[in-house]
Write a protein that binds this ligand. Structure first.
Ligand SMILES: C[S@@+](CC[C@H](N)C(=O)[O-])C[C@H]1O[C@@H](n2cnc3c(N)ncnc32)[C@H](O)[C@@H]1O
Length: 273
């Protein structure tokens, strides 16, 4: 009997190499806040209360009231509710869409130093950071809770982490009328619905002068604002910007807003649309 052949020893299994998995951004955690939260709440409560009052006063047997004052009251209630709804939709959806349109209209190299003036919870600066490679986006704000719900710097970091750009951003406390940055520090300055928060013309003018001061000689500015855009356009022209454009009304924002883009020196012009 020939000796039984012994099976060859199995080769030791190669140790499994673990490939790091890049986690996708968790967009469900994103929250850029509600603009003018007290006004939205007041309009919603007022509208609801007025319509309830109209309902209670509609008369016996469900007959609808026909007197002119009560009809006007009912319209007023519906208008309040409509305004509250439009403002809520603008903050939660319209503003994000307009942000992306505005940033897409600018040309990006990826190495820009970007400033978001009155950044709130980081809407513009995080949108810009997503377009950067070696550049950095900085947000500056005084964090007024009357202007934006849950407005504080930690909310920017939460949103930046959710978008996966926390390594490309920075946040600073500071007033836009006296920006805490050296002259000519930024390639791009962005702002949305922040200059409108300043009640005096002189303060808004000072903020525009500050934006101009911190911008590099070939830098670009893009502002999304509901009011004062004609004056900003004129101020940039007066400051020697070569290319200044003001868009038509952007109706995804309520109240409707316009975009002003301005390029200094020989920078590629941005398109305000
Ligand atoms: C309506 S919120 C808009 C926030 C953000 N840009 C956005 O679009 O989501 C206005 C922001 O301007 C900020 N702000 C108001 N006055 C300011 C000032 N003097 N300097 C810097 N930021 C200011 C408020 O704190 C608030 O975050």
């Amino acid at each position: 009997m020939p000796p039984e052949a012994t099976p060859p020893a199995a080769e030791p299994a190669e140790p499994e190499t673990l490939v790091p998995v890049e986690m996708p951004p968790d967009l469900t955690r994103l929250d850029y806040g509600l603009d003018s939260p007290s006004m939205v709440k007041t309009l919603a409560i007022l509208g609801g209360a007025v319509l309830l009052l109209c309902f209670l006063m509609r008369g016996p047997a469900g007959a609808s009231f026909a007197s002119a004052p009560l009809t006007s009251l009912r319209w007023a209630g519906m208008l309040c509710l409509l305004q509250a709804g439009l403002m809520w939709w603008s903050s939660s959806s319209g503003k994000l869409q307009e942000r992306d349109l505005m940033l897409e209209s600018l040309e990006w190299r990826g190495d820009e130093q970007v400033l978001d003036v009155g950044c709130g919870r980081g809407l513009m600066m995080i949108g810009a950071a997503k377009r950067l490679t070696t550049g950095r986006a900085v947000g500056v704000d005084v964090w007024r809770s009357a202007d934006l719900s849950d407005n504080w710097s930690e909310a920017v970091w939460d949103n930046a982490r959710a978008e996966g750009v926390e390594d490309r951003i920075d946040v600073r406390d500071g007033d836009m009328r006296q920006l805490p940055f050296a002259d000519a520090s930024f390639d791009v300055v962005l702002s949305s619905l922040a200059l409108t928060s300043l009640s005096k013309d002189a303060d808004r003018r000072q903020a525009i002068d500050e934006i101009t001061r911190v911008l590099r000689p070939d830098g670009r500015v893009a502002l999304l604002e509901s009011s004062g855009t004609k004056r900003y356009e004129e101020a940039f022209r007066g400051a020697g910007f070569r290319k200044v454009e003001r868009s038509g009304y952007r109706l995804r924002i309520f109240p409707p807003a316009r975009v002003v883009v301005a390029a200094r020196g020989g920078a590629a012009p941005a398109n305000a649309g």
